[in-house]
Structures are given as C-alpha cells and as structure tokens.
Design a binder for this molecule. Sequence first.
Ligand code: NIG
Ligand code: FE
Length: 420
Amino acid sequence: MTKVTLIIKNISELITVEGKNEARSGKAQGEIEKIHDGLVLVCDDKILYAGSTKGAPEYEAAENCEVIDATGKTVTPGLIDSHTHLVHGGSREDELDMKLNGVTYLEILERGGGIMSTLTKTKKMSEDELFEQAKKSVERLISYGVTTIEAKSGYGIDDFDTEMKQLKVADRLGEELPVDIVKTFMAAHAIPAKYKQNQGEFIDIVINDYLPKIEAYGKCKFCDVFCEKGVFNAEESKRLLMAAREHGLIPKIHADEIEEIGGTTTAKEVEAISAEHLIKCSEKGVMELKEGGVIANLLPGTSFNMGDGIFAPARLMIEKEVPIAISTDYNPGSCPTENIQLCMYLACLNMKMTPAEVLVAVTINGAAAVDEADIKGSLSKGKLADIAIFDAPNFNYVVYHFGINHTDKVIKNGKVVYSK
Ligand code: NIG
Ligand code: FE
C-alpha cells in the first residue's frame, strides 16, 4: 500500500482545478468543482489523491507523516505568479508625488526616471544585496500562497553584466528558498540612452550578442519585450522575438499596456505563449490573441496603480475564448506589491471576472503561461504537491474579504514552507 507523507483532512472547500493540463478559456475558465469534506494525500513531493474523503483510496501513513486538519479552511493548488520583475535594486516611492501631480508613467520614463532610475540602482548593488532585497519579496509572495514565480531581467538593458546579475540572483533565490523561479530574459525593457536615435541598433545587439550568451547560459525559458509607444515598436519586437525562438527561448510580450501599437499582432505572428497587460487591447487585438493561441496575462494591480481606472477587457476575452492568467507584475514602478490576493480581488471587481475564473487564472492558466501545466496548476494525481491552504471557509471568501492575507499554510513539493 502507498505510504503517504502528508495528509490534509476535513477540508471545508477543496478546489483541485483538475481537468485538461492546458490553459482554459471561455466557459471552461470558470468551471471548477468545489468539494466539501475534502482530503488531500501527498506522497513525497507529488499528489497521490485530492478529492472527497469518501472517495479516497486506501492508504497508510508513513513514519513522520504530517497531518493537517483543514476544518473551516479552503485548499487550492499553489498560486502561480506568472509575471514579475522580481529582482531589482531599490524602490521608487519618490515618484509618487510626481504621479499625483499628473506626470504619467511614460513621462517619468522620458525624464530619465522610472525604469531608468531602477537601472542605476540595480547596477550599483551587488549580487548579495540584490538577493537580500528580492528574498524579502519572495517570502512575501510565498506568504500570499505563491509556489512558482516568473522573474524577468530588464534592469540592465545594454549593460549585459547587470542583466546576468539579475538572472543569477533569480537562480539563487530558487535554490535557497522553497519556491520555483522561472526566468525570462528582458533586456529590451527600455531604450538605452546611447541608442535613443537608433534603437534598431540596440535590438541588433540583443539579437546578435546577448541571445547567444543567454542560450549558452541555458537557464532562461522565455524572452520578453516592452512593446509600447516610446519604447519598442511592433516590428522591432517581432524581430527580437523571432530571433529569441531560434535561440530556444519562448516569446512573451508586454503589449497594449499604455497604448495599442500592434503588440497583439506581433504576439500572434511569433506565436507568443502569452501577451502581458493588454489594458488597451481592442476587439481586433483580442481576436489576434485567439487566432495565435496566446494566453492573456492580465495584471490588474498595475491598472489599479496607474490610477486611471482602465482595466483589460477580460469579459470580452472570455467571450472570445482567450485564456486569461492573472499575475502581480510585482516591480518597483507600475506595481509595487507582492499581494496576489489583492490582484485577484481587483480582477473580480474591476474586470468582472468571477472568483472561479480568477482561481483558474492563478493556477492552471498561470502554469500554462510558464509552460508548466503538465506538472503544476491543479491538484491532480502525479503533479507536484504545491498547495495553498486559506483560513477561509470557501474560496469566494478569499476574494471577497479584500486587502488582507488569508493564507494559513503553503506547501511546496510536499513540504510545509509557510505557516501563519
Ligand atoms: O510591466 N512595462 C514595463 N515593465 C513593467 C514596469 C517596470 C518598472 O516600471 O520598473 C510593467 O509595468
Ligand atoms: Fe511587467
């Protein structure tokens, strides 16, 4: 008989998100089964069973088996934050006054602030200093129920050593902390000062010099680009992402965050796994995502913090059967928060997504956005035992009672790594 190493019993509401191991769209985005009196059995780092107590297979507890009584609690797959700018130097609270005085995000960037000021701070800090800063954020993310984090470079841009420093810090975070870090190369995050007159030349450098080095480093899975007015245009983004594919990186793209300039066309053409933000995405853009099989990775915390009350058209995306993932976009400028539960609330309130659609967005669809839906994102037999336990009688309560942290425990690879 199989020996189990962890038992979670008497679960008031268990949502396994079981089903196809792929991004769910349309009606399926909101289809989840809620099990009352649920049980989860874990064998080492894998799920053995998640379902009703009545339907459980026979099992035997291993010596030292941990037993968690989840009476009054909600259990879901560990949350997947599939878009962050996790590793960066310092913070930008000094920009708050400017913002309140009506200076926009892109104007701050044009004046040499914004991403540019984070570049300077990231360059100055040592690997150890960056590690210590990011470690605090990872611990916060875990405390909100997150078990996998996507982390982008992009605060070195034409300083390749700083790009690599960020990636190495991300590696170390994944090695030393109980969380998986999935890395994205994003040198094309801002236009370096010396290429202002010829940004195409910078794209050439990224393609010809950086991408081969990133391929040789071998630990980056994705390549991303900030396709935006005043940053990289759709053609430049396409050229870069096509080349990234040839170097074994899967394309992602920041598109339609501030203005719609064709990022979704590029996403479709390069068959990006996901397009990020999409705040200003039109119906034509939504259809391009659909045609390209692109996941819409929506970041409602960023919309909220931009302060203009405009959110991505999630309902239209659901109607057109574009799968939606939800992430924090944690970064020092447009979204300085690790609170994914708050982002989930904002997705409900401002994008009119149901709690069920939101849960799918932060579990199986988040897993699909980091190309890991076969091993994560649902509590299915054989998948990694990455589990979130919330001190809430049901999942709707987690989304409804906003602004606080509902996490009771987090389990990563079958081990309790956070306990309230
Ligand atoms: O996703 N838009 C570009 N990148 C980030 C912001 C990074 C920053 O402001 O430091 C974003 O919003
Ligand atoms: Fe971002």
